[in-house]
Design a protein around this ligand. Structure first.
Ligand SMILES: [Zn+2]
Length: 187
C-alpha cells in the first residue's frame, strides 16, 4: 500500500496535518515516520532545511503535525482547541526566524530554513497567522467521515478534500447504505 503525500488543502500546514493517513481509523499510516520521509516532505513543500533531519526531528514533527491537526479541526467545527495543541504550536513558534530573501533567476525566494525545527516553525507560523487576527481563514473538514483532511474553504461550498478520492468514496458508501436500507424495507 503505497501512499503519496497529499496536497490541495489550501495551506502548507494543512497539507502537513494529513501526513498521518487514516487518523480516524484503526489502520493509520504515517508518511513522515523516518528522517528521510520527513526531509522528502519538507523538500517537496520548499522547506528543506540546510542542516540534517534527525530522529528527534521526526518526533517533534509528528507532535507538531498532530497539534496542527487538532487546531484545524477545532476551528473547522467551531470548538475550543485543546490546551495541549496550543502549547505545542506555541512552542514551535519560538523556533521561527524571520524569513530572508534570496535571489533566484529573475525572482526572489524565501531563504532556506537552517534547521528542521526552523522549517517546521514556518508551518506553525502559517497556522498561527491563519487562525488569529480579525479575519481568520474558513476551514472545513472533509465530508468523508473516515478522512481527517481539513481544508481552506473560502467559498463555503467545497465538500471533499479530493473529489476523486473522498467524494467518490463517500458517494459509493451512501449508495450502498441506500441499497441496504431499501433491501431492509422490502424484507
Ligand atoms: Zn477527504
Amino acid at each position: 500500500m503505497e501512499e503519496k503525500f497529499r496536497t490541495g488543502y489550501g495551506r502548507d500546514w494543512l497539507d502537513f496535518a494529513v501526513t498521518l493517513v487514516g487518523r480516524y481509523t484503526e489502520v493509520s499510516q504515517d508518511l513522515v515516520d523516518t528522517p528521510g520521509q520527513l526531509r522528502a516532505w519538507l523538500t517537496e513543500w520548499g522547506l528543506a532545511p540546510a542542516g540534517p533531519v534527525g530522529e528527534d526531528d521526526v518526533a517533534g514533527a509528528q507532535r507538531l503535525r498532530d497539534a496542527l491537526h487538532g487546531l484545524a479541526k477545532a476551528a473547522a467545527f467551531g470548538e475550543a482547541p485543546t490546551p495541549g495543541d496550543v502549547r505545542v504550536v506555541d512552542a514551535s513558534l519560538l523556533d521561527d526566524l524571520p524569513v530572508g530573501l534570496r535571489r533566484r533567476g529573475t525572482s526572489v525566494v524565501a531563504s532556506r530554513p537552517g534547521t528542521t525545527r526552523q522549517a517546521l516553525a514556518r508551518l506553525a507560523r502559517q497556522a498561527a497567522d491563519d487562525l488569529t487576527g480579525p479575519d481568520p481563514v474558513r476551514l472545513r473538514a472533509c465530508g468523508d467521515d473516515e478522512c481527517s483532511g481539513i481544508f481552506l474553504d473560502p467559498t463555503g461550498r467545497r465538500r471533499w478534500c479530493s473529489d476523486e478520492r473522498c467524494g467518490v468514496k463517500a458517494r459509493v458508501r451512501a449508495h450502498r447504505a441506500r441499497a441496504r436500507q431499501s433491501r431492509g424495507d422490502a424484507g
